[in-house]
Design a protein around this ligand. Structure first.
Ligand code: MN
Length: 403
């Protein structure tokens, strides 16, 4: 069995107006959160994250239950920011130690971390930082670009590379802690670690200093050193420790949302967006081209048809194309009845003409054929040339298409 005793303290410090840190500690879970965001949003982010992680972890006290609790908290903070736009951009760090049960039923300590709050191990008068800071400067130290001494004064040492509650996905460090009876673990926000040296931390937090006195002295020392930020400390001491047979040390990336590409970095996301953007532009071009071609095709032809006893000229395909219906352009002066029987059938067949002029010429020729046949039948002396002169040039009345 693994057991600990604990003490905790938090303080606004000397400079800040409000305390945006939050903490929780009980028999199996210790958490510190350092919130950020204007208009009290930082307090909301840190307290909401602590509340959700505590509630969720106690329903499943395993390693998986622990990081699932952090994932749930991430979504809860994000959802709250979406629901309250005045809190847009809020977020929080999270550092927690939980006593998790493995498949063999062994309970042992596990650390989860997002951001730059810290866990130190105190053993035999030595201090060891168990968590990695997720800040630009510290990431550069791990990459070999900066020395720890350079990072300690680097302008980007406070710029976080991971924050809870700002994105759908968050990367969570999950690490088994190998502890011994008598070990102390110190969880703190940067308001403590920025103000005090490692030597001060060892001196104030180590046994035989009682836990309650230690947290009070740590906060008092940070205030004395300037108290420029909120100060939060949780100190636990192991009475009994069992180590798990299946230790973990990994970074868990939380499940991405269903519509996003899986497991994206910022760079991949932007490339994906570019590809989608180009694809959309190409598809829109194809769609516009298709509509244009269909429009051209739909109205590329003219035809003649009877309209209330008069031959009318229509533009369009007789049966329409997609959503394009034919539209009447004009009525000719030729009655539909003045057509030869064969031409009556041609009119019903709606023969296409390439232009308005050719459609009108065709209507005229149909009318002339009728006049010619009629004059031959009634007047034997009239010459065909005279007959043709009797027909008139069509006087047209335009009819505005309804569209
Ligand atoms: Mn802080």
């Amino acid at each position: 069995m693994t057991r600990w005793r604990f003490a905790a303290a938090t303080d606004t410090g000397l400079v800040r107006d409000a305390n945006e840190d939050a903490l929780s500690v009980d028999e199996t879970l210790a958490i510190v959160a350092d919130g950020m965001g204007g208009h009290a949003a930082g307090e909301v982010a840190s307290s909401l994250a602590v509340e959700v992680i505590t509630r969720e972890f106690h329903q499943n006290e395993t390693v998986e239950g622990l990081y699932a609790a952090v994932e749930t908290a991430n979504h809860a903070v994000l959802a709250d920011a979406v629901a309250h736009p005045e809190r847009f951009g809020m977020g929080t760090t999270i550092i927690a130690i939980a006593l998790t049960e493995d498949v063999a039923g062994i309970v042992s300590p596990t650390l989860v971390n997002v951001g730059d709050s810290r866990v130190y191990q105190l053993r035999d008068g030595a201090l060891r930082q168990l968590s990695d800071d997720h800040s630009v400067a510290e990431e550069w130290v791990r990459m070999g670009r900066l020395t720890p001494e350079e990072a300690a004064v680097h302008p980007r040492r406070h710029q976080l590379t991971r924050v809870l509650g700002m994105d759908e996905t968050v990367e969570i460090d999950v690490v088994s802690v190998a502890a011994q009876p008598g070990d102390r673990l110190l969880l703190c926000s940067d308001g403590l670690s920025n103000e005090l040296t490692p030597d001060q931390l060892v001196q104030l937090a180590s046994p035989p200093m009682p836990l309650e006195d230690a947290v009070d002295k740590l906060v008092a020392a940070a205030r004395e050193a300037g108290g420029r930020d909120n100060i939060t400390v949780v100190l636990v001491e192991f009475d009994e420790v069992v180590s798990t047979m299946t230790p973990v040390k990994k970074t868990v990336s939380t499940a991405p949302p269903a519509i996003a590409p899986p497991r994206t970095s910022r760079r991949r996301t932007s490339r994906f967006t570019w590809r989608v953007g180009i694809a959309i532009v190409v598809l829109m071009g194809v769609a516009v081209g298709f509509v244009g071609i269909m429009h051209w095709y739909a109205y590329s032809t003219y035809y003649l048809a009877d309209d209330s006893g008069v031959i009318a000229v229509y533009q369009g395909q007789p049966n329409g194309v997609l959503w394009y219906s034919p539209r009447k352009v004009l009525d000719t002066t030729y009655p539909s009845a003045h057509l030869l029987p064969a031409d009556q059938r041609l009119l019903a067949a709606t023969i296409g003409e390439p232009s308005l002029a050719s459609a009108l010429t065709y209507a005229k020729s149909l009318n002339q054929s009728w006049h010619l046949a009629r004059s031959i039948a009634t007047t034997t002396t009239t010459s065909p040339t005279q007959s043709t002169t009797t027909s008139t040039t069509p006087v047209t009345t335009t009819t505005k298409a309804k569209g």
